[in-house]
Ligand binder design. Structure first.
Ligand SMILES: O=C(O)CCC(=O)C(=O)O
Ligand SMILES: [Fe+2]
Length: 353
C-alpha cells in the first residue's frame, strides 16, 4: 500500500520502515483459537473463557499469543477476561508486551496520566479508578462539573489530548457494587461504515483539535500538581494537554478506518467555521450514542478485566450506583494517529477477505 501518502496527509515525519509497517495489518497466528470464546455482538466485543493474563505472560509461546491477543482486540474493539488472578505489576508487564509486540517502531510504552500523583504507591503507570476519588473531582475522563445530566456525556477514547495517544488500555475492576457500574464500548469502525461515501471523503481531509485543560482544575481540586514532564513519550510533555489529530484514522493493526473524535476531549474541527464544526461534531457524537447496535455493554464481576483498542473504540462508565467501585487501569501509547487513504473500512475488508 502507498505508505508514502501518510506523512503528506498529516505532516508527520515517520521513519521509512514505520510507514510500511503502519499500513500492513499484523498477522494472526491462530494460537489464540485454542481458547474458548464468544462474540458479545456482531460488531464489537469478545469474551474469552479460561484465559488468564498471568498464564499468557508465563507461556512458552507467549509472544505469538500476545500478538494474537493484540490482533483480536484491534479487530473486535474490546476483549473481556473474567475472574483474573493478576497483580497491577503483571497488568503493567502485559501491557508493555502488548504495545511492543503489536506496536509500530515509534510506539512509546506506557502512559503516565496527568493526574497521577507523583510517588504514588503503585507507580506512575497505574491509574487507580475509584468512585471515591471521582466524587472529589478526580475523574480521568470527563468534566464532572459539566452541567449536563445526560449519561451519554461520558463517551470518550482515552487521552486523545496527547500528541501520541493510546493504542490499548486495560482495566480490572476489583471492588464493585451489587449492581450498576457497567461499562459500554462502541465501535469506531462501525460508525465509519455508517457515513455516506461523500461525508467520509469530506471528513478524511480534516483534522480536529483535542484538549483536556480541565485537568488543571481537577489537579488543583485534588491538591496534586499536574504531571507536565514526559507522560510516556517526549511528545506528550508540558501543560498544554492539546493535540491535533485526523478525524478519520487508520488502525495500523487491522488496516481499517475508524472515526477518531470523541465527546470527552474533541473541541473543534479545523478548517471549517465554528458553527459547521459544532454541527459536524454533534452528528458524529450522536452516531456513537444513538446506535446501540454499534455498542456493547459489559456487566462486571469482581476481578474481571477488559482490554480495548483506544484508536477505534469509545467507552463510557455508568454512574448509577452508591457503593464503592474501584479498579486499576494501564494505558499504553501507540503511534501518532495517521490516515492511510488506501486503507479500507471494516465492512469492506471483511466482505472481500
Ligand atoms: O470506570 C469505568 O468503567 C471506565 C473508566 C475509564 O474510562 C477508563 O478506565 O479509561
Ligand atoms: Fe477511559
Amino acid at each position: 500500500m502507498p505508505g508514502n501518502i501518510i506523512p503528506e496527509v498529516l505532516d508527520v515525519p515517520l521513519p521509512s520502515e514505520a510507514r510500511t509497517r503502519l499500513t500492513k495489518p499484523l498477522e494472526y497466528s491462530g494460537l489464540l483459537d485454542t481458547y474458548q470464546n464468544s462474540d458479545l455482538t456482531p460488531v464489537i466485543g469478545r469474551e474469552y473463557h479460561g484465559l488468564q493474563v498471568a498464564d499468557v505472560l508465563a507461556a512458552k509461546n507467549s509472544d505469538a499469543l500476545v500478538r494474537d491477543i493484540a490482533v483480536t482486540i484491534s479487530q473486535r474493539g474490546v476483549v473481556f477476561l473474567r475472574d483474573q488472578d493478576v497483580t497491577p505489576q503483571q497488568m503493567q508487564a502485559f501491557m508493555e508486551r502488548l504495545t511492543t509486540l503489536a506496536g509500530c517502531p515509534e510506539s512509546s510504552g506506557l502512559h503516565v496520566h496527568p493526574l497521577t500523583e507523583e510517588g504514588s504507591e503503585l507507580g506512575d503507570q497505574i491509574s487507580v479508578i475509584s468512585s471515591e476519588k471521582q466524587k472529589k473531582g478526580g475523574g480521568l475522563t470527563h468534566q464532572l462539573s459539566d452541567t449536563t445530566r445526560l449519561a451519554s456525556a461520558g463517551w470518550h477514547s482515552d487521552i486523545t489530548f496527547e500528541p501520541v495517544p493510546s493504542d490499548y488500555a486495560m482495566l480490572k475492576i476489583h471492588t464493585l457494587p451489587q449492581t450498576g457500574g457497567d461499562t459500554l464500548w462502541a465501535s469506531g469502525y462501525e460508525v465509519y461504515d455508517r457515513l455516506s461515501p461523500a461525508l467520509a471523503t469530506f471528513l478524511e481531509g480534516l483534522t480536529a483539535t483535542h484538549e483536556a485543560k480541565f485537568f488543571h482544575e481537577e489537579a488543583a481540586r485534588l491538591g496534586n500538581p499536574l504531571r507536565t514532564t514526559i507522560r510516556g513519550s517526549p511528545l506528550n510533555q508540558g501543560p498544554a494537554l492539546e493535540a491535533v489529530h485526523p478525524i478519520i484514522r487508520t488502525n495500523p493493526v487491522t488496516g481499517w478506518k475508524s472515526v477518531y473524535v470523541n465527546r470527552g476531549f474533541t473541541r473543534r474541527i479545523n478548517g471549517v467555521t465554528k458553527d459547521e464544526s459544532d454541527v459536524l461534531l454533534q452528528y458524529l457524537f450522536n452516531l456513537v450514542t444513538q446506535n446501540h447496535d454499534a455498542q456493547v455493554r459489559f456487566k462486571w464481576n469482581k476481578n474481571d478485566l477488559a482490554i480495548w483498542d483506544n484508536r477505534s473504540t469509545w467507552h463510557t462508565a455508568t454512574y448509577d450506583y452508591e457503593a464503592a467501585r474501584a479498579g486499576d487501569r494501564v494505558c499504553s501509547l501507540g503511534e501518532k494517529p495517521f490516515l492511510d487513504p488506501a486503507s479500507s473500512s471494516r465492512r469492506d475488508a471483511l466482505r472481500f477477505s
